[in-house]
Design a protein around this ligand. Structure first.
Ligand SMILES: Nc1ncnc2c1ncn2[C@@H]1O[C@H](COP(=O)(O)OP(=O)(O)OP(=O)(O)O)[C@@H](O)[C@H]1O
Ligand SMILES: [Mg+2]
Length: 256
């Protein structure tokens, strides 16, 4: 086993660009000259207005899209992690199998990898507990709430033991109270698992509740990360605290 190099880079992006071909056959730069270094175990927020290219950037990091230009390096943390990247989508509905129970959904990837039954059950049980799903393992997705479905999605991704969690507005479709609960839960899970997390949001409050660092993306086209903030506040964070408010005003000023 290699020892995790604390603070060593997990992801390095240099001068990266992404173009799409418009209907008019014109080439449009969605991302241009993006520079970003994310450390192992860091909780990093990509914050930006709708349409600026957050999902495009996350999808490139996740390997779902090819970059057009520049450098993207993903470094493994250590050999303890089985897979490189796990992706959490905004809606669990499109990714959970409706004909499988909560438990079977979490188990799915492990079955595909032919992990022996006893070990599989042990792993599934531990992530069901970690995600706060105990007692719900025999339910089907149609029988649980939106917040619970996101917990299942998270448990399923975590069961594959990825190095890096890529989360694209995962709580965007939840009501405000459930979102708050899920934010707290995610911080707890991140602290217990030491994953590197890249979390996309356009909600400043959410960014400040979660992130150790926040990268602000400019309005597209040719979007890039124009400002970066270290949020030096302990967890769990309080929305009502003066320090929180102080950061809020600074970040908000970018969008006035
Ligand atoms: N496959 C594609 N072909 C052409 N243009 C695309 C494609 N995918 C995204 N775009 C364009 O790239 C830009 C960035 O889109 P993206 O989905 O990354 O933004 P976003 O910041 O995630 O927005 P939102 O907050 O609404 O999710 C948009 O103008 C979008 O229309
Ligand atoms: Mg998006």
């Amino acid at each position: 086993m290699t020892v995790i190099q604390e603070k060593s880079p997990s992801i390095v992006i240099r001068g990266m660009s992404k173009t799409f071909l418009e209907d008019t056959s014109e080439t449009v730069y969605v991302l241009k000259d993006v520079d970003l270094t994310i450390k192992h175990g860091e909780f990093y927020i990509l914050l930006g207005p709708s349409g600026c290219g957050k999902s495009t950037l996350l999808n490139i990091i996740g390997g779902f899209l090819d970059k057009t230009d520049g450098q993207l390096d993903i470094h493994r943390a250590n050999s303890n992690h089985d897979s490189n990247r796990g992706f959490i989508f905004q809606s669990a509905d499109s990714v959970l199998f409706p004909w499988l129970t909560v438990e079977e959904n979490v188990e799915f990837g492990l079955k595909m990898k032919k992990i022996p039954l006893a070990e599989r059950k042990r792993i599934v049980q531990s992530y069901i507990e970690l995600a706060g799903l105990s007692g719900h393992h025999h339910k089907f997705p149609s029988e649980i709430s939106g917040g619970m479905k996101q917990r299942v999605q998270l448990a399923r991704v975590l069961a594959n033991n990825p190095d890096i969690l890529l989360m694209d507005e995962p709580f965007g479709a939840l009501d405000a109270m459930t979102r708050r609960t899920m934010q707290k839960e995610l911080i707890r899970i991140w602290q217990e698992t030491n994953k590197t997390v890249i979390f996309v949001t356009h909600d400043i409050q959410e960014a400040l509740m979660l992130g150790q660092r926040i990268g602000i993306m400019s309005v597209g086209p040719s979007s890039k990360i124009t400002s970066m903030y270290e949020i030096d506040l302990p967890y769990p964070r309080k929305i009502t605290s003066p320090d929180f408010n102080h950061y809020y005003e600074i970040v908000q000023s970018h969008f006035d």
